[in-house]
Every structure is written in C-alpha cells, then in structure tokens.
Ligand binder design. Structure first.
Ligand code: NIG
Ligand code: FE
Length: 445
C-alpha cells in the first residue's frame, strides 16, 4: 500500500527512496512582492479575507527543502529577484490526469453549436476518451501525461491532483489509478490521487448497478492505490443524488474524502446534498443557484471553480463574486481534461477568474495556493510561504497584478520545487548565475 498521509513527495519517489544530496541554501533577494498569509499556521482562509494577504518587498531563504524565513542567510547562494514577485508554488486541485488523446473534433462541434450533452449521448465525451484509454498502452498514457505535467510545471504548478474516471469498468478504474501512481513517480510535482469512480454510466448498466460495482471495489482502491478521495459526476447525463449520497457513505466508511462534480451543465440543487453527504469540495458550480451560496459559505466544504471549462464549453458562470463575499473557501483549478478543459496554465485560469468573476488578484492567488492545498489535505505542508513549509516557490517576471492583465503570457520566470530549481525560463537564467552549475542544470528540463 502506498503512503496515505499527506501529499506524495516527488523527491523521495523520483530517486527511488535513496536520500538525495541536500541542495545549497538559496536566498531569493530583492523581490518587489512576496505573497504571504496574514498569519502562519492557517490551513485555509475564507474568500472574504483574501485582502489580508500581504505583498511586501523582501527576501526569502530556503534550505534543506523547506522555507527558512525572510532574512538572507550568510552562507546561501543568491538568486536576483529584482522586479519579480515571489508566490507559493501553485496547487492545481482538480485535473483529470492521467489521460490519453485529445478531442479537438468535439470542440469544433461545440463551436458549431452542438451541446456537450448531445455529444456525450452520441457516444462522444467521456466515453470517447475511455475508448482511447482502453486502447492505449500504459506507456502511451504516461508519456502524454508526463508532457502535460511538465507543461504545468512551466506554468508554476508544483502540486496537482489527478483522477481516474476514464476506465469505465472496475478493472479500467484500477488501471487508471495505478497509472496515476506511476505518473507520480515520474514527475517533479507532488501529486494527490482521487478515484472518480462515478464519471459516466457505461452502456448496458443502470446507474445503480454501476454504483453496486463501485461499492464492491472501494476496498481495493484503498488497499492497492494511493487515492485518498472519491469523486462523482452528478448530472442528468451521469449520476443522481441517490448515487451522490451513496458515494458519501462509501467515502466515510473507508476514511476517504468526497469530491464532487456538481451543477456544471444544469441546475440540480446538488450543493446542499453534497454538503449533507460530507463533501470536502463541490466543483464546477456554473449552474449553482445563488440561494445556495450561504449554506456553502457556512460549510467546511470548498467551492472549486473551473473557469477553463466554463470558457471552452460556453457554460454559465457560477456565483463566484457572491461566494467570495459570503466567505466561502474558494478554489480555482484547471480541470485539465481532453473534453471540457484542455488547459494546463493556472496563470490563464487566474486571468479568466479576474475578468469573468471580477476577483481581485489576492482572491485568485489564495484560490490557487492555500485553499487549493486545503482541498487536497496538504495545506500544512504546501500552499503558502511560511517557515517550515516545503520550499515550493514560483518566481514571476513582474508584479502579481500582471498575471491577469497580460492574459496569455506565461509570467513564470522560474519554479523551485523542494528547494531546488525545477524550471528556469531561458531568458531568466542570469538571475541564477551564482548557482553551482550542477544545480542550474537540474532546472534544465
Ligand atoms: O470535469 N464533468 C465531468 N467531467 C469532466 C469532463 C470530462 C470529459 O469531458 O472528458 C469535467 O468537465
Ligand atoms: Fe472535472
């Protein structure tokens, strides 16, 4: 059984558990902005407190893979950060990795006015990717997924969640989860695995027959994979509230978290049901009625908003401003998948949220850092810049206000994972000139 307490550690994994040589302490000096929480030790922060995040100039020192503090260290290697902002490594709390293939032809149909539900009912959508997944070799799935994880890294993502869901049989789901665990061994990021065991109802089965099979396999999911959450797609074309309640019971009985895809394409009133079923997050919410905002803000359940899917699918917009103002735990994620959101870049997602939700940059940054880490149950380790937390740090090539404004530009100058440069944009290499060459080369992926 794989470790289940906290996020997977890429350093230990990628080197086969052999203790790696400690990188030299680094001080990132002279940044114009460093994003910090209002106090240390917060596990999450209500959206209406995002204005308390500070963005002061300064230095940041990292050693032994963790954040040491905000003073330069006498013996450390200096990284010149003039003109830069320093933010925590981004946490993408909702992706559908691993998957294989794309569905550009469906996007062309959508642009021509065919709705997602119609494409799905005709055998496209999730079923189409499930067919590609069944046909592909393990290496083909891993190779595409690794490339996407690398692309995410270059856009600042240092922790991501991935889901099963394209298996469409119990063996297929277990294969997807095993491939997710294999992917975790092959990427630099920390990863968290979710078993999306109710994604689409396969032909020839009723939803309740499928849920019977799910109930029979959760024990194996727990024993054989690192998945720490169950997930379900609640929609007229997928599963109903009975299945949602049943998934909540299965999650509770097996000590797993419950994640949910709700209110994406139509209003079903699923938010109170998901909260009642013990959900840690309600994701999508494009069709969520504003009357449900107060209950969600009261609950210990995050609103995970996916503006990439909303944009690509020309979906409705969630009551995103109201959720922030009511004090909900608000999260932004990519929803990276081949159908509704072929998007890897959280800076792009921040740009969409700023414009379409009218969120401030602090609100958006909180939603891709601390609150996103809370959904993944690892905000004690990542998600904010504070002493003792893992040294996952992103250097931006300008002030944070430029992330939404320079829409489409990748603002990420460098990414540090566990205290080591994991990606340095070639035009920013001069900032790292005093780094020993071996450490600089570590970033040359
Ligand atoms: O999050 N809504 C359901 N699941 C995915 C879409 C998956 C697909 O179309 O392949 C989503 O949007
Ligand atoms: Fe999704």
């Amino acid at each position: 059984m794989r470790p289940r307490d906290g996020c997977e550690d890429a350093d230990a994994r990628s080197r086969g558990g052999v203790t790696i040589e400690t990188a030299a302490p680094l001080t990132l000096t002279g940044a114009s902005q460093i994003l910090r929480p209002p106090q240390n030790g917060l596990t999450r922060l209500a959206g209406n407190r995002a204005g308390e995040l500070t963005l002061e100039p300064g230095d940041l020192t990292l050693a032994d893979g963790v954040i040491v503090g905000f003073e330069p260290d006498a013996g450390s290697v200096r990284v010149r950060c003039d003109g830069c902002a320093i933010v925590p490594g981004f946490v993408d709390a909702h992706t559908h990795l691993p998957f294989v293939g794309w569905r550009a032809e469906e996007y062309a149909m959508k642009l021509g006015g065919v709705p997602y539900e119609e494409i799905a009912r005709a055998g496209g959508g999730i079923r189409s990717t499930a067919r590609s997944f069944a046909r592909a070799t393990d290496e083909a799935v891993l190779s595409q997924s690794r490339e996407l994880a690398d692309e995410m890294l270059r856009h600042g993502t240092t922790t991501f969640e991935g889901k099963s869901g394209y298996g469409l049989s119990m063996d297929g789901e277990l294969r997807a989860l095993a491939l997710g665990d294999a992917l975790a061994d092959q990427v630099l990021q920390r990863t968290v695995s979710t078993a999306l065991l109710a994604h689409a109802v396969p032909d020839g089965l009723s939803a309740s027959e499928w849920m019977d099979q799910v109930a029979g396999v959760v024990g194996r999911v727990v024993a054989e994979t690192s998945a720490r959450a169950l997930d379900i797609f609640v929609e007229a074309i997928a599963f109903d509230h009975d299945a949602l309640r049943r998934m909540g019971t299965l999650a509770r009985d097996h000590g797993l978290a419950l994640r949910t895809h709700v209110e994406q394409l139509s209003t079903m009133g699923s938010v109170p049901v998901a909260i009642g079923a013990g959900a840690r997050s309600v994701d999508h919410l494009a069709c969520m009625p504003v009357e449900d905002v107060a209950a969600l803000a009261e609950a210990d359940c995050a609103a995970v908003l996916l503006p990439g899917a909303e944009f690509i699918g020309d979906e409705h917009l969630p009551p995103a401003r109201a959720l922030i103002d009511a004090g909900a735990i608000c999260v932004l994620a990519s929803d990276l998948n081949p159908g509704t959101s072929p998007v890897t870049s959280l800076p792009l997602i921040i740009g969409l949220a700023a414009r379409r939700y009218r969120w401030t940059i602090r609100e958006a940054l909180l939603a891709v850092t601390l609150n996103a880490a809370w959904v993944l149950e690892c905000s004690d380790v990542v998600g904010s810049l504070e002493p003792g937390k893992r040294a996952d740090v992103v250097l931006l090539d300008g002030p944070v206000e430029q992330i939404p404004y320079r829409f489409g530009h990748n603002p990420v100058a460098a990414v540090i994972v566990g205290g080591r440069p994991a990606w340095i944009r070639p035009d920013q290499a001069w900032r790292f000139a005093s780094l020993p060459p071996a450490q600089r080369e570590a970033g040359g992926r």
